[in-house]
Write a protein that binds this ligand. Structure first.
Ligand code: GDP
Ligand code: ZN
Length: 468
């Protein structure tokens, strides 16, 4: 794959103030940019050079360190220069502008989001799954998520995918050979234990899928809707559930306006909690002096948006006051629950009602009796949430997989199943068997971003000797 190798530059560190800020430049050949920036001073690859960063007229912007990585020994696989200056937003902006000016002749432009990593992928520094893990590691909201993102970034996930692909390729070689040399009508499949190989691949794929699905859980978490009348103890329950994590209760980016979604963590799994009632009071003070109608509209949109979120829920927590029992308002709340979403009916304030902390699986829902403020029975709810999430503590390393990877793995699995069906039939289905294997490989390759050409046959036979 080729791309337009115009050099790019960007501030690589987070916006805001920091001890150090970094401007990163990447391009096929940065010799001209370097001369424009530093004159006769030569940067030595892999060495840190302390020097002034100056404007074209010689005025000093900052003093700092320049690092130079010569292609292909860099993050992007191109020439890379990193300028480390003092991490102030104005200084960084001045330094970036100066770089863009100095690199004008070379066509240097501002980098698009993710463009450095994209170039790393295009230059085979990272495969697609690793490139995705870069952003997952940056975005990781828990230690467990960071750990498995780093696992994927190191290539562990890609490695197991590649191992699967190799097994599929091996099996394809056998089948294609049988197909193309019908005169050798011996049952190749029988002889080579093709069916045994196939079921081995299926088992291996299943295992990868489970590890990836668990990792995806760490990344995406569980969408939990918290419903219930005012004063039943929703906020108290949230605090109690969050427990030690209370310090990292954060609004989800982009929803800060409605402040209805909060993320807490249970055993490292993010629970995105949507409080269906919360919005009503939250919005009262968002528009000081605003027109009443406008507030109403904002509020109504907020409420509707929240209910739209409810449609995407993985589980609904319906909170009730155990000391008072259900009311008509609860019926109205239940009526809005979407079909097919599991409901946990949480009876709170058992310290007042005299119930014991317990779990009761009933037809309509799982009922849990607890006290949020007394912190009694909370572990029962945590366990039930983890069960619904499908979380298993296997102690195995997880890959911080994305939905895309899970879908690809699922599709690969389906093709393997089809292949198994054809393999169980007579030889006439061999070409279909082969085709399903090809599709399996194709799906697996899509995870690492490696698309094999249709010329695979040629490759196969260049390595395969039928005479053996
Ligand atoms: P929300 O409006 O549903 O968010 O309810 P809050 O969490 O604000 O709680 C309403 C009131 O109920 C507060 O005074 C809490 O202290 C109280 N409360 C919450 N949970 C319990 C509980 O388990 N037992 C008792 N006795 N009071 C509770
Ligand atoms: Zn509340």
């Amino acid at each position: 794959m080729t791309y337009d190798p115009i050099p790019i530059a960007a501030i690589a560190t987070a916006p805001g103030r920091g001890g150090i800020g970094v401007v990163r430049i990447s391009g096929k050949n940065l010799a001209a940019v370097m001369t424009a920036l530093f004159g006769s001073t030569q940067l030595k690859p892999r060495h840190a050079t302390y020097l002034p960063f100056t404007q074209a007229d010689g005025t000093v912007i900052d003093q700092g360190i320049a690092l130079y990585f010569k292609a292909p020994h860099s993050y992007t696989g191109e020439d890379v220069i990193e300028l480390q200056g003092h991490g102030g937003p104005v200084v960084m902006q001045m330094l970036l502008s100066r770089c863009l000016e100095a690199g004008k002749e070379s066509g240097l432009r501002l980098a698009e989001p993710g463009e450095f990593t994209q170039r790393a992928f295009l230059n085979d520094k990272l495969d697609l799954a690793q490139a995705e893990a870069v952003s997952d590691l940056i975005e990781a909201s828990t230690e467990a998520a960071a750990k498995s993102a780093s696992q994927s970034l190191s290539g562990a996930f890609s490695k197991v995918i590649c191992a699967l692909v190799e097994k599929v390729v091996h099996l394809r070689m056998l089948v294609e050979a049988t197909l193309d040399f019908p005169e050798e009508e011996i049952d190749f499949l029988e002889k080579s234990n093709a069916r045994g190989q196939l079921s081995q691949i299926q088992t291996a794929l299943q295992k990868v899928f489970e590890q990836a699905a668990q990792g995806a859980l760490l990344r995406q978490g569980l969408n939990v809707v918290l419903a219930g009348q005012p004063n039943v103890g929703k906020s108290s329950l949230l605090n109690s559930l969050a427990g030690d994590d209370v310090a990292i209760v954060t609004p989800i980016a982009g929803t800060t306006r409605d402040k209805v979604t909060e993320t807490i963590h249970i055993e490292g799994i993010p629970l995105n909690i949507i409080d269906t009632a919360g919005i009503r009071h939250e919005h009262d003070d968002t528009e000081p002096g605003g027109i009443v109608n406008a507030i109403d509209t904002v509020e109504r949109i907020g409420i509707e948006r929240t209910w739209a979120e409810v449609e995407k829920a993985d589980v609904i927590l319906h909170l009730l006051d155990a000391s008072r029992g259900p009311t008509r308002a609860d019926e109205a709340i239940v009526a809005r629950f979407p079909d097919g979403v599991p409901v946990i009916r949480v009876w709170n304030k058992i310290d007042l009602s005299g119930h014991h902390a317990s779990v009761d699986s009933m037809e309509d829902a799982t009922h849990i009796y607890l006290s949020a403020s007394e912190h009694v029975g909370i572990d029962l709810l945590r366990k039930e949430l983890l069960r619904i999430a499908g979380w298993q503590q296997t102690g195995e390393s997880l890959y911080l997989a994305r939905e895309r990877h899970l879908i690809a793995l699922k599709q690969a699995n389906e093709h393997l199943q089809n292949a198994a069906e054809y393999a169980a039939q007579n030889d006439q289905s061999l070409d279909l068997f082969a085709e399903e294997l090809r599709l399996t490989q194709d799906r697996l390759n899509s995870i690492t971003g490696e698309f094999t050409s249709d010329d695979l046959l040629g490759v196969i036979f260049s390595r395969f000797c039928i005479g053996k």
